[in-house]
Design a protein around this ligand. Structure first.
Ligand code: UN1
Length: 511
């Protein structure tokens, strides 16, 4: 089942304009310049003037000034701002979701879910604003107190990717704001309208709160704008989400100036399907994780490692489900798979399928381009499944498209070794009814990823946990748990209230 019609440019532009206007964006100020393309039809939604790199320095100066004010505001009061922001996000949930669909091609349900993820992290941050706990430790010296305090860090630079154009920024922003930091955000050049809408909504909350407007700013532009942010000494923490090659460029540059970076990069996520797995559950979990968001999440399931006793049955069931996936206009009710972001993603998928075939793979289903007559400049594809006898070279790299490799295994140790034998380490899962297998997978000898799931897929994490992964995924943790510590600086305080001056480690230095 595939929708046959794709909205016209006029319809999509009208939707974008209306949503932007409701979010408070001044349409006349967008200016001419770069075309913002919707992947829904491959045509321009509007045009936008980009900032140039020199504007980054000015934005950072303003952010530093705002920081000196914002850091003095008590954390629970900073939380009150985030609470208001969440309420405004609730009011504009539909508008923001529309913009996310228009720019990133997400289906309505997932786009709304992305905005819900923003509201959820705001709720988390509001609670956190009263829980920025430091520890106290027993001092070895009499009459002394030893403790840690957490202080605002400074200006946080955020570089975000097209596939989560609003949620990932909000993970950083909600947490950084309660931590007392200010922010400069460079969104993906593919999704600037969603960013401008977020910025406008946050600006409203800041104004109502009487906070400096430069607490949060956005700079729109290409790679040179991102680079200016990466290199600037005013950026205390650079949080970047994107591909591993991007992270390899960014990480060393920030390290060179001894800045702090938080990297959330590529994944190559696997699900092990054990002989005892509930296959109905596994199929549902796999289809959402592999074909949802048209395979364009960093947490997308890219590899199924199935026991040889279930692999035929599982593959047949997956092929059947893939054959029934409704693909087309992401704004239309019932669509489950929208377009790829651009031609490059489609080309990468075709190239990977060809390489897999040359490496002994068999294309089970999908890979064909759809809706070419209705939208010749857009890239709709049927998600594909390729069965391979082993984890060949093509499987080791992340192809950011709905392309699922199915690989066999015979023993759980072999399955875990396959799970870990890729350069990336973001997300992983196992479908099993065998508790020992599940626990082994989640143990220190199991999956080497930052996210390790049992009987659910690899994507769709909640905001309560820390989010990120190891190896080529970059090692950073965003979102919940104690990820806030990356956004603050820690001071260790030793307070002497004794009237004596005993030295630590028993050192004698009396004169
Ligand atoms: C991403 O793709 O960069 O776990 C983030 C998930 C979402 C976040 C994905 N909550 O799939």
């Amino acid at each position: 089942m595939t929708t046959r019609t794709i909205p016209s440019s006029t319809e999509l532009s009208a939707l974008a304009d209306a949503a932007l206007a409701r979010c408070g964006v001044d349409l006349d100020a967008l200016g001419g310049g770069a075309s913002i393309i919707s992947p829904i039809n491959g045509q321009a939604l509007t045009t936008l003037t980009w900032d140039d790199a020199s504007e980054v320095g000015a934005a950072l100066d303003r952010a530093e000034d705002a920081f000196r004010v914002w850091r003095r505001v008590p954390a629970p009061e900073r939380g009150a701002l985030v609470k208001r922001f969440a309420a405004l996000l609730g009011t504009h949930q539909k508008d923001l979701a529309t913009l996310v669909s228009l720019e990133a091609g997400k289906i309505t349900s997932e786009a709304r879910g992305e905005v819900q993820e923003m509201i959820d992290i705001c709720d988390f941050a509001v609670g956190l604003s009263r829980q920025l706990y430091g520890r106290t430790m027993p001092s070895e010296r009499p009459g002394h107190r030893l403790m840690e305090t957490w202080h605002p860090l400074g200006v946080v630079g955020v570089i975000s990717a097209f596939n989560f154009p609003v949620a990932v920024w909000s993970w950083n922003t909600a947490i950084a704001l309660v931590c007392g930091d200010t922010l400069v955000w460079k969104p993906s050049e593919l999704t600037p309208l969603s960013a401008l809408a977020c910025q406008s909504i946050l600006a409203q909350a800041l104004a109502e709160h009487g906070a400096p407007e430069s607490v949060s700013q956005v700079v729109i532009g290409g790679a040179e704008v991102g680079q200016a942010l990466v290199d600037h000494p005013s950026v205390a923490l650079l949080s970047a989400t994107g591909s591993t090659p991007m992270g390899r460029r960014v990480g060393p540059r920030v390290a060179q100036r001894l800045g702090r970076s938080l990297l959330e990069l590529g994944g190559n996520n696997a699900a092990i399907v054990a002989p005892s797995a509930d296959l109905d559950l596994a199929v549902r979990g796999i289809v959402f994780a592999a074909a949802g968001t048209a395979g364009q999440r960093c947490t997308t399931l890219r590899r199924v490692i199935a026991h040889s006793s279930v692999i035929d049955d599982l593959t047949a069931r997956l092929a059947d489900a893939y054959g029934r996936l409704p693909i087309g206009d992401p704004l239309a009710q019932g669509t489950l798979v929208g377009p790829l972001i651009r031609q490059r993603a489609h080309d990468a998928m075709v190239t990977a399928i060809d390489q897999a075939r040359a490496e002994g793979g068999e294309l089970i289903v999908g890979g064909e381009r759809l809706l070419q007559d209705a939208a010749p400049e857009a890239f709709y594809v049927r998600p594909a499944i390729v069965r391979l006898p082993a984890q060949t070279e093509v499987v080791l790299r992340e192809t950011f498209a709905p392309l699922l490799w199915v690989l066999p295994y015979d023993h759980i140790d072999e399955a875990i070794a396959l799970n870990n034998a890729v350069p990336q380490g973001l997300s992983s899962s196992i479908f099993t009814a065998d508790q020992r297998e599940a626990e082994l997978f989640a143990s220190s000898e199991g999956s080497d990823c930052g996210i390790v799931n049992v009987n659910i897929g690899t994507s769709g994490a909640e905001i309560g946990g820390a989010f990120g992964g190891e190896k080529d995924t970059g090692g950073g943790r965003e979102s919940g748990s104690d990820a806030w510590k990356a956004y603050m600086r820690r001071a260790t305080n030793t307070i002497n209230f004794s009237g004596e001056l005993p030295l630590a480690q028993g050192v004698d230095f009396s004169v």
